[in-house]
Design a protein around this ligand. Sequence first.
Ligand code: CP3
Length: 346
Amino acid sequence: MAKSEKLFLRALKGETLERPPIWLMRQAGRYLPEYLKTRAQSKNFLHFCYSPDLATEVTLQPLRRYNFDAAILFADILTIPDALGQKVEFIKGEGPKLEPIRNQEQLSKLSLDGIHDHLAPVYETVSRLSKEIPETTALIGFAGAPWTSATYMVEGQGSKTYEIIRSIAYTDPEFFQNLINMLIEATAGYLIKQIEAGAEAIQLFDSWAGVLPEDQFDRWVIAPNKEIVSRIKAAYPDIPVIGFPRGAGVLYKKFVIETGVDGVSIDQTVPLEWAARELQPLCTVQGNLDNLCVVAGGAEMEKQITKILDTMSNGPFIFNLGHGIVPQTPPEHVARMVEMVQSYKK
Ligand code: CP3
């Protein structure tokens, strides 16, 4: 099938379609028994991400069950800090642990040299996927946006409040800007290599964008996303980019206007009518079913899916969740969701 005919890419070009395309953040993952089985072949999560055989296999697994309109490369946002030379580990049941970078001296130990050699297995996975995915399915490459990557790099782990990084951004903005600049460089290069290997669209995950006040949001979320979008566009003007400044509230609108993204992924707290009125005239909107509503399933899930479809289908739209699918999700609820979205006629 010609690239231009894939529903997911047509939606990102701004077309309003008969029914929206659907894919899910974290669609390859622990809610699928076949994922757990493949995952068990590798003790170390980063090694798993750097094994083209295994990463290709788990990317394809959800496509064998569901007719998703797009597949997202299987990797993680923490491949970038790892490639820069930071110590990164994933501890079972606890999530990521990193040796924190909190000042210029620690930052000076990281380096951009050789990152693409380190990340070559990820590019190999993209290249294999571009040959193996079904012809109606689009292939999405991704990375963490600089602010969100930096939260893990500075805090050393996930956080609920991000107090360390938010403080350092005020007290040592020079160091922090240097860190963000290094991440812009690494991330833009990483995404351009993914496109060279066959990625047809890009999503930039700024999962923790929602903790910042406006001025800081402008500097650490909007400016770096904008710079990465413009570097991608300079190299590949036809590759669409989706931004995801999760939790940004009313700042979603400014984010879309200033960064130049082709699409914006909205979390479940964004009111649908506001998104249809304020965001859809500016770009394609993606979202935003509450991931826990898919765990619940049944009549409530169906009601929420119908509401999203009815409110968002008069403009360019991609059906997705408000955040990644969670491990306790029953796979049959996903099947019902996909069936409802794909049989919808506006
Ligand atoms: O299917 C897909 O979406 C592709 C793969 C993908 C993963 N992580 C695999 C993964 C993608 C796109 C990501 C992005 C990612 N990683 C983000 C941004 C999106 C978001 O959810 O906000 C973030 C913040 C991370 C960092 C990360 N990776 C954390 C905090 C954790 C541990 C917590 C958790 O949810 O388990 C991971 C591990 C991880 N990345 C898993 C998967 C499938 C689970 C680990 C395992 O299987 O052992």
